[in-house]
Every structure is written in structure tokens, then in C-alpha cells.
Design a protein around this ligand. Sequence first.
Ligand SMILES: [Zn+2]
Length: 98
Amino acid sequence: MKIAAYEYTIKANKDLERTMGNRGTCCHGETTIEIDPSFPEQLKKETLMHEILEALTAINDWGEQKFDHHLLCQISEGVYAVIANNPDVFTYTLPEGI
Ligand SMILES: [Zn+2]
């Protein structure tokens, strides 16, 4: 998946929630996003949106001071809800294997 100028690899990691307590992670240094596949589809899609915003935060160096994590969570949930509730406007499918 392309995020800004970078090609990110989106991978399933079934141990994320158990080992880290997270549904997803983003590593800009490795241009990788991992999603725990053991959650319902809508949670995985919201998590992917969240991690895309985490990637954009890293890419644009917004940093925690200017764009705190709580705000990122709210924006992610809001954008995901708009996408999910308007399927005639947006198509949002998870990458294969997630
Ligand atoms: Zn986060």
C-alpha cells in the first residue's frame, strides 16, 4: 500500500494483541504496518486507518506535541466511520491475509 511517497508492506501478526496489547503497529523505519487478524473486520479496518495516520505522522514529522495520540485516535475513528457508512462513495477492503 502506498502511503505518501512510500510503499508500506501490510502484514498480519496474530500475536500482536497478546504480546503488545495492540491491534496494530506501524514502523516507518521498516515501512511496515502489522495488523492482528484475530479481530472483527470493522476493528481491523479502523486499526489499519489508525496505523496509516501513524505513518503519516512519522512521514510528516508531526510529532506527539503537534498531533497527540488521542487526537489521532479520534480522527481515525471519524474517518473510518465516514468510509464505512458511505460505501457508495468509498470502497475499503483489507489487504489479502489480514
Ligand atoms: Zn497509535
